[in-house]
Design a protein around this ligand. Structure first.
Ligand code: SAH
Length: 351
């Protein structure tokens, strides 16, 4: 029996092998992919420069499926607006994507897994456990689904939704090849950020000076004791290993690594913490993104934690600035719609 596959899950190489294996020219793969990813044309019969035989063969073997939007929530503030999408996948799994609009920049925060197995105690996605990895097609179709809803093209992508992208590196990598290829979706690598809790075994496969995407590392603590408590991954890859990795990086004005730091009252926001992280890194290599803890009503984990007081957050930021670092504070965009960081938990799944 011929089981059709979702063509959005196929890499260029896989489609080339398919074309050649079925007696067509290798180039057919790139043609089809240009129609889909650059043209946003999903009907094989409309791909006019492709031979009828190949179009028919594709139609026999592949289909295109889009996830369905089952809910949206919208928030407006001075910094722009955010729209959170609850999206249902083909198998019924539910994920969330958040569109952040600021002037002409339309950033999509995508999910890479349903749930997460990293167990960070401040993050609500961890609280739901791990269900499965997303396929590359499911990652890419978050973009199509949201573009379809708004009628506007996404300009930037951040892998900061549900899941740990480096824990699903094969599918995330496949999706990145298509998203960043200027023949296809064509979002430049410098407009794509991979945020990781610090899976250094995977990061170690890349040359940090050659890595073309923007990298963000969630640090969230200034000492191993606190980081062990907040992020179990620290027991495998402690802070000194992160420092070691960043030390390999050459100073760069335009491609600094972002150190993400969730500010949690009384846990990691003291003057001593700021002092320690200032001593860990060089302003020529990293910048900081401070994130006030988002609190979600339904998380068992978050009950124990509060976001830092405004003055503590301000003082923390000031210390980093005075030490010469670039610092951004991520105001709780979408916080009131439970679409802020770490709050992306699809409660309807399996409940
Ligand atoms: N797994 C990846 C990407 C998802 S989390 C990572 O850990 O980086 C994206 C960002 O949101 C991370 O910097 C994470 O520390 C932050 N985050 C998680 N839970 C949060 C919460 N409750 N409040 C604020 N930020 C949170």
């Amino acid at each position: 029996m011929n089981i059709k596959k979702n063509i959005l899950d196929a890499s260029q190489k896989e489609l080339e092998q398919y074309c050649v294996g079925n007696g067509f020219k290798k180039y057919g793969a790139e043609q089809v992919m240009r129609w889909i990813y650059s043209g946003r044309i999903f009907d094989f019969s409309a791909m006019s420069d492709i031979s009828k035989q190949l179009r028919e063969k594709l139609d026999d073997d592949f289909y295109v499926v889009f996830p369905k939007i089952i809910d949206t929530k919208y928030e407006n503030d001075d910094n722009g607006n955010s729209k959170k999408y609850l999206i249902k996948l083909e198998d019924g799994g539910i994920i969330e994507s958040v569109l952040l609009t600021h002037k002409n920049r339309k950033t999509l925060c995508v999910s890479s897994q349903i749930g997460c197995r990293m167990g960070c105690v401040y993050c609500e996605t961890s609280g739901m456990g791990f269900f499965r990895n997303l396929t590359s097609g499911e990652i890419i179709s978050q973009l199509f689904t949201v573009e379809n809803d708004t009628g506007e093209r996404i300009t930037n992508i951040v892998f900061m939704g549900m899941g740990e992208p480096l824990d699903n590196i094969d599918e995330v990598g496949k999706s990145l090849d298509i998203i960043s290829n200027d023949k296809f979706i064509g979002i430049a690598p410098r407009k794509i950020t991979i945020s990781t809790c610090g899976l250094l075994n995977i990061l170690g496969h890349f040359d940090i000076n050659d890595y073309k995407y923007k990298l963000a590392i969630s640090l969230n603590a200034s000492d191993n004791k606190t980081r062990n408590m907040l992020m179990p991954v620290n027991k495998r890859f402690p802070i000194e290993k992160i420092i070691e990795l960043i030390n390999l990086k050459k100073p760069s004005l335009h491609n600094k690594i972002t150190i993400e730091y969730v500010l949690i009252k009384g846990v990691n926001d003291a003057a001593e913490d700021a002092k320690r992280i200032i001593n860990m890194f060089s302003p020529a290599k990293v910048k900081f993104n401070l994130i006030p803890l988002n609190k979600a009503e339904n998380s068992i984990y978050l009950k124990r934690y509060e976001k830092s007081e405004d003055t503590a957050a301000y003082n923390f930021k000031l210390k980093l600035l005075k030490a010469g670092f670039t610092v951004t504070v991520r105001f709780s965009k979408a916080g009131s719609i439970n679409g802020g960081c770490g709050q992306l938990k699809a409660q309807t799944i399996n409940s």
